[in-house]
Design a binder for this molecule. Structure first.
Ligand code: HEC
Length: 222
């Protein structure tokens, strides 16, 4: 009984002592003891705080080759070489269906038809001398970049044309999302007189056969 009383006295004394240390600050403006100071003073660099960088600027430039979050770099430059490489390497990543083509048509009508015409014959509603030379997608004369005709343009070429434009045609990369660009590409292929659904099926079949062949070769090695 006696020892219990003693313990109680001690803990009472400690509590009173603690309360005193917490409240017995001389300076009325002091915020007191800071619990987790990082919450008040962020360790991250903030703008408009002088951290004494040699150039005295706190708004630092991003490191070289930094990529904004959510941004997908496009590796093909706006040049003839870039155009050729895009034509060779790029293929439509979407699984094409009738619905994709229909959506491509709606997008085409919003973004391209006023110059290229609803049927892609180059007779859009915009009447201006500089747009007078809009080529038809089904044109078979090989007089374009890489000495090809409009009809011969592959999906990667069309995609590159949407990205950067060409002469009187402005770039559309900032206006149209990646997957919508590919929907438009598929629709433009129909205006070239091609069947993108069939072409994708053929390509899948080819890849399947190539895989089977290489599997057979690997099997022979073992
Ligand atoms: C302001 C009018 C205009 C708009 C809008 C426009 N184009 Fe064009 N486009 C042109 C002209 C003009 C050319 C021919 C450029 C040249 O050969 O000098 C062209 C060329 C092209 C070519 C051929 C490029 C090459 O390398 O030969 C493709 C493919 C094409 N456009 C697709 C599109 C698609 C798809 C859209 C919609 C996303 C579109 N264009 C929107 C005017 C336009």
């Amino acid at each position: 009984m006696k020892s219990m009383k003693k313990t109680f006295n001690y803990s009472f004394a400690i509590t009173v002592g603690l309360v005193f240390t917490m409240f017995s600050c001389d300076d009325p403006n002091s915020p007191g003891v800071e619990y987790m100071p990082d919450m008040y003073r962020s360790p991250a660099i903030e703008v408009y705080v002088d951290y004494e960088f040699p150039d005295s600027s706190t708004a630092r430039l991003t490191p070289e080759h930094a990529i904004p979050r959510g941004y997908k770099p496009y590796p093909y430059p706006n040049s003839t070489e870039g155009f050729e490489l895009a034509g060779e390497n790029l293929s439509n990543p979407l699984h094409l269906t009738e619905k994709t083509i229909k959506e491509g048509k709606a997008l085409y009508n919003s973004f391209c038809a006023h110059c290229h015409g609803k049927k892609g014959k180059g007779k859009g509603s915009i009447q201006n001398a500089i747009y007078g030379a809009v080529p038809s997608y089904s044109d078979t004369l090989p007089n374009r970049r890489g000495n090809r005709s409009m009809k011969e343009l592959k999906e990667g070429h069309i995609y590159q044309a949407i990205m950067y434009g060409l002469n009187a045609m402005g770039p559309h990369s900032s206006l149209i999302r990646e997957r919508d660009r590919w929907k438009i590409v598929a629709y433009v292929q129909t205006l070239q007189g091609k069947d993108p659904l069939d072409m994708q099926q053929d390509k899948m079949q080819e890849t399947k056969e190539e895989n089977e062949d290489s599997n057979e070769e690997v099997a022979k090695l073992n």
